[in-house]
Design a protein around this ligand. Structure first.
Ligand code: NAP
Length: 249
């Protein structure tokens, strides 16, 4: 059977660990030629390359700081030189700088906006014009349920993720006539280095608020990304798909 992303050039920002790494693996296992953009490579690049090859795809690291315009432009040029026009783009890179608003430093606000929101604008601006020309593409922005519900102590993060939702719907309207789809994924609580700071008690209390009774893993999100990236979602655009075990329904 034909693989879902056979021969497709895919770009994943923040693919060095966590959710992004699971997406890189899932796409490569479906035949995708995946380029992942982050400041450091995956911990075990050799194992990643071997797993990717086994699935008929590849996984190539390109050094990039997604908050920097020059770095994004250089990274996209490198992708196009090596793999041609990207057909799939996942804006996944993200950070937190939590704190109550009256104590939040401007630099914590700005760092989160640059990495989580401005990055998506920069990468899409660079990649979308090639997708429009090719008249095909799928863009997936990784937002969060707190971009929908808000969260005390995360005003900067929630605002960046809410911004991504507005950005997703606006871009979806701009490029739909060129057969480019743009969707967002909104994970709930996923076990990664981003969430490991939370203590065991707080985590247990959180699990009590999740109808499916467990936290998510990066592969749960990667499966939904694979759906949106592939032709299985050929008539889906401008959508925000929650992957949260029912937490925010
Ligand atoms: P993570 O384990 O901390 O991974 C974050 C990734 O982003 C890393 O690959 C990191 O690579 C990359 N990154 C950070 N700053 C970057 C920059 N300036 N330039 C390029 N890459 C950068 O986090 P995660 O939990 O997998 O989160 C992935 C995405 O899912 C984020 O957008 C996050 O907001 C979202 N999300 C996560 C959860 C959750 O519960 N974990 C829930 C909802 C949404 P380098 O450090 O090597 O650059």
């Amino acid at each position: 059977m034909q693989k879902l992303l056979a021969e497709k050039t895919c770009v994943v920002t923040g693919g060095s660990r966590g959710i992004g790494l699971a997406i890189v693996r899932a796409f490569a296992s479906e035949g995708g030629k995946v380029f992942y953009l982050s400041r450091s490579p995956a911990e075990d690049q050799a194992a990643l390359a071997a797993a990717a090859a086994e699935g008929g795809g590849s996984a190539t690291w390109i050094s990039c700081d997604v908050g920097s315009e020059a770095s994004v432009e250089a990274a996209l040029a490198a992708v196009i030189a090596a793999g041609g026009t990207p057909e799939v783009l996942v804006n996944n890179a993200g950070i937190t700088r939590d704190g109550l608003i009256f104590r939040m430093k401007l630099e914590d606000w700005e760092a989160v906006m640059a990495t989580n929101l401005t990055s998506a604008f920069l990468v899409c601006r660079s990649a979308a014009r090639h997708m429009i020309k090719a008249r095909r593409g799928s863009i997936i922005n990784i937002t969060s349920i707190v971009g929908i519900t808000g969260n005390g102590g995360q005003a900067n993060y929630s605002a960046s993720k809410a911004g991504l939702i507005g950005f997703t719907k606006s871009l979806a309207r701009e490029v739909a006539s060129r057969n480019v789809r743009v969707n967002a994924l909104a994970p709930g609580f996923i076990d990664t280095s981003m969430t490991e700071k939370l203590g065991a008690d707080a985590k247990q209390a959180l699990i009590g608020t999740i109808p499916l009774g467990r936290t998510g893993n990066p592969e749960d999100v990667a499966k939904a990304a694979l759906f949106l990236a592939s032709d299985l979602a050929s008539y889906v655009t401008g959508e925000v798909l929650k992957v949260d075990g029912g937490m925010a329904m």
